[in-house]
Design a protein around this ligand. Structure first.
Ligand SMILES: *Cc1c(COP(=O)(O)O)cnc(C)c1O
Length: 415
């Protein structure tokens, strides 16, 4: 067993951290250790100020004029261009709109339309359920004999990809375990079989660098409220590779995706670029929050993000395994950091109660059915000493059986 790392060592690691100063840009509650930025990222001071300014100046004073004067009408594309830099996309390939779920629907429908002779959507049984639900809904709606082929845990994705497949839809970083798919290799396998590749980047964007265009990805979607800190229910993003933009047709053909929305023509004519992926009016308050939240990345080196993310995760695993031995935690995230995202998950028979007790002690992580304790490590604002303190509280909860208090067994609507 390695020597236990001291709290003082963690404080030294924070002092040497090139990202340490970023934490000051965030509003974080006192006495809370926040290890859930993978579900809802924290808010920056700038976001609060800019959303208020958007409301008071652009909305209250500018009123309808702000669609032009404050450039509301182009904001979804402008924010998309900023975001493109974080996911290896080019200007004009990303737009920010709607929810991830809705964007999954648009992308899958568009993909099936581009592969009319093929009937299969490949995904994983372990994918985030909303992605699978949207696929099921689309298949039922089309009623043309499409099939959702799900790779079961432990089985190979590659074995599921054949000439019947229209589109492969995978979440790059698994939401439960944090396992990373090899984006280059899976995209190549999809293309070799003549299928399109749709990546869900919900747990990737802002957690590590990724390069959609280097991988040759066709389509991608992802949310902005996790590691990108865009705020609760913030509009999601949608990526279509430039080479497909002339041919792609999505089903939710609202006026914002029209070539000339203000011509009020009765016939739908898609816009020429990524704008055709839009449907209705942009949620300007949400967009302005995302726009401002992305400013924090301006001169962040993604190598620093990944290096710190791995160091935080390794520290957490080491400390849990040395200090909570014999308490029944089992690591379900990959031990190999090179194939692991920015989160660590343990299973425990009493995972729910333990997480509630942790939250009661000021350590916020989250719980996923059936028994997963999930901890997200966001390098912009989580410190090494936070990791140490979190495990210290977990140790107290386990050693003292604190989690057995009946109040920790009560379930709310959101777990
Ligand atoms: C968080 C997440 C979503 C969320 O979808 P919403 O439409 O924003 O609720 C979808 N897919 C994956 C993989 C996620 O991790």
């Amino acid at each position: 067993m390695t020597k236990e790392i001291s709290r003082a060592t963690c404080l030294e690691m924070d002092q040497a951290d090139p990202l340490a100063a970023r934490r000051d840009e965030f509003v974080l509650p006192e006495n809370i250790i926040y290890l859930d930025g993978n579900s809802l990222g924290a808010m920056t001071h700038a976001v609060a100020a800019n959303v208020e300014r958007t409301m008071r100046e652009e909305w209250a004073q500018g009123l309808i004029r702000s669609w032009n004067e404050a450039n509301w009408i182009t904001k979804a594309m402008k924010v998309g261009d900023t975001l493109a830099g974080l996911i290896g996309a080019d200007d004009g390939e990303v737009v920010v709109c709607d929810s991830t779920s809705v964007n999954v629907y648009k992308q899958l429908a568009a993909a099936l339309d581009m592969r009319p002779d093929r009937k299969v959507i490949v995904s994983e049984a372990g994918n985030f359920p909303t992605d699978l639900y949207m696929a099921q809904g689309l298949i039922a709606h089309l009623d043309r004999g499409h099939e959702l082929r799900l790779v079961q845990p432990g089985d190979s994705v590659y074995d599921a990809i054949d000439e019947d497949v229209a589109v492969v839809m995978l979440t790059h970083v698994d939401f439960k375990s944090g396992l990373i798919h090899d984006m280059d290799a899976v995209t190549r396998a999809a293309h070799d079989a003549g299928a399109l590749m749709l990546w869900d980047l919900c747990h990737t964007a802002g957690a590590m660098s990724v390069n959609l265009n280097a991988a040759g990805a066709d389509l991608a979607i992802g949310c902005t409220y996790k590691y990108l800190n865009g705020g609760p229910g913030a509009p999601a993003f949608i990526f279509v590779a430039a080479r497909l933009q002339d041919q792609i047709r999505q089903p939710l053909t609202g006026w914002m995706g029209h070539n000339a929305p203000f011509a009020f023509d009765i016939r739908f004519e898609p816009a020429s670029g990524i704008e055709r992926m839009l449907s209705g009016s942009h949620g300007i308050l949400g967009l302005s929050a995302v726009e401002t939240a992305l400013e924090v990345w301006q001169d962040v080196d993604m190598n620093d993000i990944r290096t710190k993310s791995i160091a935080l995760c390794e520290l957490f695993i080491d400390l849990v395994e040395t200090r909570c031995t014999g308490h029944g935690f089992e690591l379900i995230s990959p031990r190999d950091a090179s194939v692991r995202g920015s989160q660590i998950s343990f299973i425990h028979a009493h995972g729910f109660e333990i997480m509630q007790a942790l939250i009661g002690a000021g350590v916020i992580g989250d719980y996923r059915e059936p028994n997963v304790l999930r901890f997200g490590f966001t390098p912009l604002y989580v410190r090494f000493v936070d990791v140490w303190d979190a495990v210290d509280k977990l140790t107290t909860i386990m050693d003292g059986n604190v989690w057995q208090d009946p109040k920790y067994a009560i379930r709310g609507a959101v777990t």
